[in-house]
Design a protein around this ligand. Structure first.
Ligand code: 48H
Length: 263
């Protein structure tokens, strides 16, 4: 007979010990991703399923970034043919609205992508914010500097902790926070036309979705830009509630890392 008695202290110990064990394991990783939006999670999924040790740090309580809300809180997303292939791979159903415009339920898409990413072996830590990067020889980005989002929100003066990774991915969306940190601290060194964050351009879905793939690349030694962050740092337009580019960009980031940066 298994014990039925429920002991609060055992619950506490189980949570603390298991979490700390996982966090300790994350202190040395192959790929560290800032942001668990659709782009960051798709990158993590494709890396983890190839056996690459991948960790995502997400500031918010929820993962999924801007996907939950669809367009203007109409919780449906649109993807084009290429994006639909990735939705299919995740097992997210979609219906063709007009030729080349596939519609999916935003909640089903975000939750399924999160689940498949974790089941592929990636670890997601929510409620942790990336506040800086670690550099090593040649100013290569070699890790992330972390703090509890609660510390950030309360504006407390608490020093952060650091994890080491072979590659860092900026998947922080419109704000491209990691690129901005690097640009601010190591001046004029980003691989953009100006050496700095150029900034996102106004809405133009066709161009935004096209350029996001070209923008998904190494923006600084050891740092890959993905998703909306890639368009923001390289100065391409936003695209609205079409999410195919985010998924395709995530997959491309994983391919770049698998083919080049990690070898
Ligand atoms: C930890 C952080 C930090 C930090 C931010 O915004 P996201 O959904 O980003 P993408 O690129 O996966 O998808 C973009 C898409 O949602 C979108 O906004 C589109 C298509 N917009 C088009 C338009 O025209 O508006 O996710 C980024 C995630 C969020 O969950 C943030 O909380 C998180 O990153 N994040 N996590 N440390 N410093 N900064």
């Amino acid at each position: 007979m298994r014990k039925t008695e429920i002991d609060e202290i055992k619950i506490s110990k189980a949570i603390i010990e298991r979490y700390v064990k996982d966090l300790l394991d994350a202190t040395e990783t192959d790929v560290a991703i800032a942001g668990a939006g659709p782009a960051g999670m798709t990158a993590a999924y494709h890396l983890a399923k190839e056996g690459v040790k991948t960790v995502i740090f997400e500031r918010k309580l929820s993962v999924g970034g801007g996907m939950w809300g669809g367009g203007m809180m109409f919780s449906r997303i649109v993807v084009q043919d290429g994006g639909r292939e990735i939705l299919n791979e995740f097992g997210v159903p979609s219906q063709e609205y007009e030729e080349g415009y596939w519609v999916a339920d935003a909640v089903e898409a975000a939750s399924t992508i999160a689940s498949r990413t974790i089941k592929a072996g990636a670890r997601i830590f929510n409620l942790i914010s990336v506040e800086d990067v670690m550099i090593r020889e040649g100013d290569r980005i070699s890790g992330l500097v972390l703090n509890w989002s609660a510390v950030e929100l309360a504006n407390l003066h608490v020093d952060p902790l650091t994890i080491r990774s072979k590659v860092v991915v900026d998947a922080t969306g419109h704000d491209c926070e990691i690129c901005r940190i690097v640009s601010k601290k190591i001046r004029l060194k980003l691989k953009t036309e100006t050496g700095e964050v150029i900034g996102e351009k106004p809405m133009w879905s066709e161009i935004g979705e096209k350029e996001i793939l070209a923008n998904t690349k190494e923006v600084y030694p050891g740092l890959i830009a993905v998703g909306m962050a890639a368009n923001a740092v390289f100065g391409s337009p936003r695209m609205g509630a079409i999410f195919g580019g985010m998924l395709l960009s995530g997959k491309k980031a994983a391919e770049i890392i698998l083919e080049g940066v990690l070898k």
